[in-house]
Every structure is written in structure tokens, then in C-alpha cells.
Design a protein around this ligand. Structure first.
Ligand code: FAD
Ligand code: NAG
Ligand code: NAG
Ligand code: NAG
Ligand code: NAG
Ligand code: NAG
Ligand code: NAG
Length: 511
């Protein structure tokens, strides 16, 4: 311990020295010839040289284009791609010490870039710290966990762990990033069995605002360990997640598509499933009610997965009785299942989410309203390719119970009542339709919320990872949790760097 902290103080010292040097260089640059880029990009360039990319580089262009949603492909003044935690630390100290209060010194933190809210993990005119190169997965069989970089995509995590016949509680879509998904919760195929992704983190390695690298786990910085489980980017930059591993070779599941006329039976099957999940923790269900302009069809695409090698388990029996259009159910590896789930990138999006007490009437209302607005969308849309989706996920009491059992998180999940999460997700190809789909989206969402309130089944909970612009997930965690997130943020970032200099994402100072 002593030795370790001695080593780390040397490295902080070096980090600070480098930052001071970078400052000096930036100062000399600015007093000498007027440089075109901002003081912060110039200082970063001096400190991190080859890892800083300006607008006219291919790496910059590829980074911008690799955000999942078109709406988040903003253009920072420069992008920095650290190769290790020390370079993350150097980037942070450089940005903090050079900060001239201009917008060019504000920065964003990006892992997989799958947030759909503009400015969450990217920043127009500022600096984006792109963690894409921190993408390794290292399995430690003796310790029972894997050390995973924030910039890894889940497909690479599952692929690496496949050779050891183990896996982790990660995302269900191949290309989603680790950093955002875990710090925001992390729903997975294994949620009813093992809890959320964040509940399975034994240790976070994190760079704080003053550049120091610390570990947060259940014995050291335990308050930060717990706060990071749902508290998102309010405390620092996580550079490594140690995630518990468990055996996995293959399991059963796939995508089953149904015609829209099965909707009434689909809804009651979903509600029953949600109430019964505690009896069979291996089952995971994710129905999407979808209208595609290109096919002009209403379809129900149901992702059903059973995390044991058992075919046609009774957990989904109500669904087997319905006539399907197509089915891919099979035995397979999680790597392949997640590759099957990834929706197209490169479109405009609106995502809005809310949980409700498990109640068929709200699900039905959400689908009815979506259908109701199809004709308006058809009449007014400029683009040819747009999709309206109402997606539902069981949020049963067992999720909250498992979280408690594993040391607790910040999500404030109800551990007594079964809920259903509603995710409204519209996507479209034509920029001219931005107003149209945003306006329909907020209208439908608002009407569903009012209806749930009328019935007395409105849940307060807003899942951060799906929350849209204007939503307040941190507040929805409950007063005690929000207060604790604020306290921990103040403890580890007393100057409020991650509140003020990093404007994107859901901030506790704004909750
Ligand atoms: C196609 C698709 C499928 C999805 N599937 C799932 C799913 O199965 N389960 C689920 O729970 N969610 C799912 N999501 C939601 C997903 O969890 C969020 O979009 C999440 O933010 C993605 O993580 P990311 O690293 O790609 O995000 P980014 O956009 O890179 O980051 C999102 C937020 O997290 C912060 N952040 C990122 N990395 C760090 C870090 N290292 N330290 C501190 N803060 C950080 C960022 O600053 C930003 O505020 C899905 C989303 C999409 C688009
Ligand atoms: C990590 O990122 C680099 C650079 O993009 C890429 O070449 C490499 O294949 C990635 N590694 C994994 C394990 O995904
Ligand atoms: C917790 O952090 C301390 C301090 O870095 C470290 O020594 C210890 O190994 C960590 N524990 C776990 C379970 O990672
Ligand atoms: C702390 O974490 C370690 C490693 O995951 C685990 O063995 C131990 O039981 C945990 N202790 C508590 C009090 O949760
Ligand atoms: C889908 O329909 C086919 C043909 O009726 C049937 O054999 C199959 O079992 C169904 N699949 C599921 C998952 O219900
Ligand atoms: C996954 O998919 C690939 C390609 O379709 C296939 O070759 C492989 O057998 C599948 N299963 C596993 C367990 O990887
Ligand atoms: C960095 O900040 C943390 C949390 O406030 C503090 O414990 C630590 O001593 C600081 N380190 C340095 C080198 O200032």
C-alpha cells in the first residue's frame, strides 16, 4: 500500500509537472505568434502531442462520424485520444490548469458514443476526450473478474471472454460502449439473475479533477464506488471497470417477429412475464412495437433470451402460442446475440423514457398513440426512411433487491413493485424532419405520462441511459440518492470541474 501510494504520488508529480510545462508552452505560443486554435487545444498539443487531433485529420473525422446518432456528431475544436490512464490524467490537468473560462476550454467525455442526446459525450467548439483507445478486456481467472476499458464496445468484451467460457453483465447491443452503459446502470440479459451492470463492478479506477488516479471499491473510497453506480460522469473519468465474471458457453434466444394484429395478446404476455420474472431469473424479454415507413407495416419484434442452455423455456410460453412472421431463436453465444440486436447508426433520433407500475393499459395507450400519429407523420415527413418504436422492458422488484444485496447503487429502483420501462424511440434520415418527429415524440410521451398519472400508475423513475433532452434522471433517483451524489461529487471534485467545465451529460448540479 505504502509503496503503491508512493509510486502514484511520483506519477501525480510528473503529471503536474507536465501540465505546468504545457501551460508554459501554451503561454509562449499565445504571446508569440497568435495561434489559430484555442489555448486549451494548444496546451493539449504540447502535453500530449501525437494524441491530439485537429479538424483536418482523418482520426478527427472518424471519431466524429463514429457517434451512433447523427445529432451527436458535433465538431469540437480538437479531440484527444489518451492511450492510458496517465494520459487521461495529463489531459484533465492540462484542461483544468489552462482553463481560460472560454467555451474552447470546456470538454466532453466520450466512451462508446451511444448517448442520443447532443452534447452528452461530444462538444461543439470545445475539447472531446475520446476514450476509444482504452478498449482492452483482460480476464483475471484467479480474481473472478475482468478489467475492461471504458472505450471498449460490448462485442469486443464478449469476444475476448469467449475463449475462457465466461462473460459479464454487459450491454445487449454489440456496438454500445462500456463507459456510459455501466456508469448509468446497465440493463442486460442477466439483470434478473445478477442485477444491473453497475451492481457487478468490484472496482472502478478513476481519474479525478486534480489528475489523481484512485480506485473505488467496497473497502477503499466506498462512497465513490456506490455513487458511480448510476451517478454517471459527475465525479471524474473512469479508466477501468473490474466486472465480475461468471461461466457462459452458450444460451437460448433470438428475435421473433409478429404481425401488429397480435398486439393485444402481446401486451398481456408482457405484463404477465414481468410479474412472473422473480420465479425464473434466467429469462429476459424486450418487445419493440415498430412502424417502418419503408415497409408501411406495424410489427412487434420481441427479443427473448434465456441465459441457460434450455430451448423453448416456459417463461415465454404465451409468446409461442402467437403466430410469428420470423424467428431466429437458437442456441448461441452472447457475442452473436448482441450482434443481432444492433440497430442502424447514422440517423436522427429522439429517445424519451419513463417507468410505470406494471399495467397493461399504459402499454396499450403508448402503442395506440404511436399508431395514431402515423398518418400525420406520413403526411408531413420529407424523408423516406423513418421508424417509430415503442419499446418496453420489465423493471421488476428483483432488480432493486439484487442491487441492495450487492452493496447498493444510486438508481433508486423500487424493490417492492414491478415496473415496466417505456422507451419511445423514433429515428429518421432527413434533417428537414427534425421538428416533426421531435414534436410528435414529445406529444405522444406527454400524453402517455398524463394517462398513467390519471390511472395512478405513474412511476417516478427515469432510466439515465435512455433519458432524452429535458429529462431529469438523477432527480428521479430520489432525494436521498441525489443528495448523496452531490455530496460525493463535492468530496472528490471540490472545484466542480465536472459540473462546470464539462457541461454535457446529466449533472447533479442541475438535477
Ligand atoms: C443501440 C443501443 C442499444 C443500447 N442497449 C442498451 C442495453 O442493452 N442496456 C442498457 O442499459 N443501455 C443500453 N443502451 C443505452 C446506453 O447504455 C447509453 O447510450 C450509454 O450512454 C452508452 O454508453 P457509451 O459509452 O456508448 O456512451 P457515451 O455516449 O460515450 O457516454 C454517455 C455518457 O456517459 C459518460 N461517460 C462515458 N464514459 C465515461 C467514463 N469512462 N467515465 C465517466 N463518465 C463517462 C459520458 O460523459 C456521457 O455523459 C443502448 C443504446 C443504444 C443506442
Ligand atoms: C481497440 O481500438 C483500436 C483502435 O481503434 C482497434 O484497432 C482495436 O481493434 C480495438 N481493440 C479491441 C479489442 O476492440
Ligand atoms: C480496492 O482499492 C484498493 C486501493 O487501491 C486496492 O488495494 C484493492 O485491491 C481494491 N480492492 C478491490 C476488490 O479491487
Ligand atoms: C467486497 O468485495 C469483495 C470482492 O468482490 C468481496 O469478496 C467482499 O465480500 C465484499 N465485501 C463486502 C462487505 O461487500
Ligand atoms: C415461430 O413459428 C414457427 C412456425 O409456426 C414455429 O415452428 C416456431 O416454434 C415459432 N417460434 C417461436 C419462438 O414461437
Ligand atoms: C456465431 O456466429 C458465427 C457466424 O455466423 C458462427 O460461425 C458461430 O458458430 C456462431 N456461434 C458462436 C458460438 O460463436
Ligand atoms: C486530489 O483530490 C482528492 C479528492 O479531493 C484528494 O484526496 C487528493 O489528495 C488530491 N490529490 C492531489 C495530488 O492534490
Amino acid at each position: 500500500m505504502q509503496f503503491l501510494s508512493f509510486l502514484s504520488s511520483i506519477s501525480f508529480g510528473m503529471t503536474l509537472l507536465c501540465a505546468v510545462f504545457a501551460l508554459l508552452v501554451a503561454f509562449l505560443n499565445s504571446t508569440g505568434q497568435a495561434t489559430s486554435s484555442s489555448s486549451c487545444c494548444a496546451a493539449l498539443q504540447s502535453a500530449l502531442q501525437s494524441q491530439v487531433f485537429n479538424v483536418n485529420t482523418d482520426t478527427y473525422q472518424r471519431s466524429v462520424e463514429s457517434y451512433w446518432s447523427l445529432d451527436t456528431q458535433l465538431r469540437p475544436a480538437c479531440i484527444v485520444q489518451p492511450r492510458n490512464p496517465q494520459e487521461v490524467s495529463l489531459a484533465v490537468t492540462t484542461l483544468v490548469t489552462t482553463n481560460d473560462q472560454s467555451p474552447q476550454c470546456q470538454f466532453a467525455i466520450r466512451s462508446g458514443g451511444h448517448s442520443a442526446v447532443p452534447g452528452t459525450s461530444n462538444i461543439q467548439g470545445g475539447v472531446t476526450i475520446d476514450l476509444s483507445l482504452l478498449n482492452s478486456t483482460v480476464y483475471h481467472p484467479d480474481k473472478g473478474f475482468a478489467s475492461i476499458g471504458p472505450g471498449a464496445r460490448w462485442e469486443s468484451v464478449y469476444k475476448e471472454l469467449k475463449q475462457y467460457d465466461v462473460t459479464v453483465t454487459g450491454g445487449r447491443d454489440a456496438t454500445v460502449g462500456v463507459g456510459g452503459l455501466i456508469t448509468g446502470g446497465g440493463n442486460s440479459f442477466f439483470a434478473a439473475e445478477h442485477g444491473f451492470g453497475c451492481d457487478n463492478v468490484v472496482n472502478f479506477e478513476i481519474i479525478l479533477a486534480n489528475g489523481s488516479l484512485i480506485n473505488a471499491n467496497n473497502s477503499t473510497h466506498a462512497d465513490l464506488w456506490k455513487a458511480l453506480k448510476g451517478g454517471s460522469g459527475n465525479f471524474g473519468i473512469v479508466t477501468r471497470f473490474d466486472l465480475t465474471t461468471f461461466p457462459h458457453k452458450y444460451f437460448w434466444g433470438g428475435m421473433v417477429e409478429y404481425d401488429g394484429f397480435t398486439t393485444p395478446q402481446q401486451i398481456s404476455a408482457l405484463v404477465d412475464f414481468t410479474d412472473r420474472i422473480a420465479e425464473d431469473r434466467y429469462a429476459s424479454l424486450l418487445p419493440m412495437y415498430r412502424y417502418d415507413s419503408s415497409s408501411d407495416f406495424n410489427r412487434v419484434a420481441v427479443a427473448m433470451h434465456y441465459t441457460k442452455p434450455e430451448a423453448f423455456p416456459s417463461a415465454f410460453q404465451d409468446f409461442y402460442r402467437l403466430p410469428n412472421i420470423s424467428s431466429t431463436v437458437r442456441f448461441d453465444h452472447i457475442y452473436n446475440f448482441t450482434r443481432e440486436m444492433s440497430p442502424l447508426a447514422g440517423l436522427h433520433h429522439i429517445l424519451l423514457t419513463q417507468t410505470f407500475i406494471n399495467d397493461a393499459r399504459v402499454v396499450q395507450k403508448a402503442i395506440e398513440l404511436q399508431n395514431h400519429y402515423i398518418s400525420e407523420a406520413k403526411a408531413k415527413a420529407h424523408g423516406n426512411d423513418w421508424t417509430l418504436i415503442s419499446l418496453f422492458q420489465p423493471f421488476p422488484a428483483v432488480f432493486g433487491q439484487l442491487a441492495k444485496h450487492k452493496g447498493g447503487n444510486m438508481l433508486g429502483l423500487d424493490d417492492e413493485n414491478n415496473h415496466i420501462l417505456y422507451l419511445l424511440g423514433y429515428s429518421w434520415d432527413n434533417t428537414a424532419d427534425n421538428d416533426l418527429f421531435n414534436s410528435i415524440g414529445y406529444k405522444v410521451f406527454g400524453e402517455v405520462q398524463s394517462y398513467a398519472k390519471e390511472l395512478g400508475v405513474d412511476g417516478r423513475y427515469v432510466y439515465l441511459n435512455y433519458a432524452g433532452k429535458g429529462q431529469n434522471p438523477l432527480q428521479s433517483y430520489g432525494e436521498d440518492n441525489a443528495r448523496e451524489i452531490a455530496r460525493v461529487a463535492k468530496t472528490y471534485d471540490p472545484q466542480g470541474v465536472f459540473q462546470r467545465q464539462v457541461p454535457g451529460g446529466f449533472k447533479i448540479s442541475m438535477a
